[in-house]
Design a protein. Structure first.
Lengths: 195, 66
């Protein structure tokens, strides 16, 4: 059984935002909602790095832990999905998520946000696969068609990898071995300084 | 007696209306952490459809450097 994961290779990401565009196009995401975004560290300075961020489909998802109506479920392949018919738009998942993945389509009076929207790993939702109802609520269901998420498949430099965690890790390991080290964009020295 | 009859009818109607406000004592117990929505057909499809699994594996492998 696969364990679906995303991984963004910071040494390869060129901040083209192709993944963001591919996601918005494939899922017809409404204005104001970005299921995926590119974050650049040290923007404009020598050695800047970019990473593409969306829902990381956590093994122990904090969004699911705090949901008061239990609208989240995880497939056997580790894809974290949710049921928009149950979502009450409370926003707890947004506060809990360390990646800012849950998005809300509305900003209206009295804090009305609308149903939560997030990356589905292009796996749709609980509606029947490939139906117009599913597309309208959750976007494309590429996994049911045997395809990977649009963002990863459209990545020109193959910086964004998606798929079985073991395979993604294997591809990344090969790259790191070839380069002779991993990018120091994050890690011990970034968090705690030298020494 | 004739003057009181509309009042009696009104009280009887009121009693009937209030009787319709009966509340069931059966409580729906909430089980925290258990998904409450409908099941996703993709889950069973991924379990049983080997062709779909092979297609996904081919695409996983296609991400390797040439």
């Amino acid at each position: 059984m696969a364990r679906m994961k995303f991984l963004c290779d910071a040494d390869r990401c060129i901040e083209c935002n192709g993944c963001v565009t591919a996601c918005k196009n494939a899922n017809e995401v409404p204005w104001g909602v970005n299921r995926r975004r590119v974050v650049t560290l040290n923007d404009g300075q020598p050695g800047e790095k970019s990473i593409s961020v969306a829902c990381m489909h956590c093994s122990d998802a904090p969004c699911a832990a705090v949901c008061p109506v239990d609208c989240f479920y995880t497939t056997d392949d580790g894809i974290v999905l949710h049921d928009k018919d149950l979502c009450i738009g409370c926003g707890y998942c947004f506060y809990a998520c360390p990646f800012g993945a849950p998005q809300f389509p509305k900003t209206e009076a009295f804090g009305a946000r609308g149903k939560m929207d997030k990356c589905t790993f292009c796996a749709g939702g609980p509606s029947s696969d490939g139906s117009s109802e599913e597309f309208e609520k959750y976007g494309a269901n590429r996994i049911a068609e045997g395809k990977l998420p649009a963002c990863a498949e459209m990545c020109a430099t193959k910086a964004l990898l998606a798929g079985d965690g073991d395979m993604v890790a294997d591809i990344y390991r090969e790259r790191v071995m070839r380069r002779g080290g991993r990018p120091q964009t994050w890690g011990w020295s970034k968090a705690y300084g030298e020494g | 007696m004739k003057r009181n009859s509309p009042w009696i009818a009104l009280i009887a109607a009121g009693a009937l209306l209030l009787a319709a406000c009966y509340e069931s004592p059966g409580v729906t117990r909430h089980e925290p952490g258990v998904y409450k929505g409908e099941s996703d057909p993709l889950v069973s499809k991924l379990e049983s459809d080997q062709g779909l699994r092979d297609s996904l594996n081919r695409r996983f492998d296609g991400q390797r450097d040439r």
